[in-house]
Unconditional design. Structure first.
Length: 209
């Protein structure tokens, strides 16, 4: 975990959750960026300007973290991360103190595991993954880069989420299922079979929308 002050990219609801996590980890927050000049994270968190101000920052002096979540579309968050990562900025992994993460879990840069989340043994989390509040990822899962497992979702053992998958709030995925790249699992859906890439599934059992 970096001792550099953090800049949060984004000023919405997920950014506020990130602020809470950083504070629990006792990390310094320099401020946040957002294209909306009226954005606020409340309290003493300073608005720094749009993302373009990052060109004025020295990557060796600050760390970045993603405050942009995803509602169905993970592509925007993936693009923001990739641009700044290629510009040389560090994106430390964030694990909330109230999360439970097995000691052998592999986590890529910029991955966030939020309060109450559980990630079990043998699981791999790629770059820029969110395992959000009270989500559960069981044993031996492969969660590829830029995927977002929303609050309260359950991912059973040996599941693969290809890159840029969004698993909606309260959704469940049964053991051994593969969710294709860029797909969306709707809130509350129950997935019992593989999902093709770039597909939206909803319902119980889940079916293409």
């Amino acid at each position: 975990m970096s001792d550099r002050p953090f800049i949060i990219i984004g000023g919405g609801g997920h950014a506020r959750v990130v602020v809470s996590t950083l504070r629990r980890l006792r990390k310094s927050i320099l401020g946040f960026t957002d294209p909306d000049e009226e954005a606020t994270l409340g309290g003493d968190i300073k608005y720094l300007g749009g993302d373009e101000i990052l060109t004025e920052k020295d990557p060796s002096e600050v760390a970045l973290t993603m405050g942009v979540g995803s509602v169905r579309d993970t592509g925007h968050r993936a693009g923001l991360f990739t641009e700044q990562f290629e510009n040389g900025f560090q994106f430390p992994t964030l694990v909330h103190p109230d999360a439970v993460v097995a000691t052998d879990v592999k986590m890529g840069v910029a991955t966030q595991v939020m309060a109450g989340a559980v990630v079990q043994t043998g699981t791999s989390l790629g770059k820029n993954v969110i395992v959000n509040t009270n989500a559960s990822v069981d044993h031996d899962c492969d969660i590829e880069s830029h995927s977002h497992i929303a609050p309260g979702a359950t991912v059973s053992g040996e599941v693969t989420l290809e890159s840029r998958v969004h698993v909606g709030t309260g959704a469940s995925i049964v053991q051994g299922v593969r969710i294709g790249k860029g797909s969306v699992v709707g809130a509350g859906a129950v997935v019992i079979e593989d999902v093709l890439p770039e597909t939206v599934v909803v319902g119980v059992p889940a079916h293409p929308k």
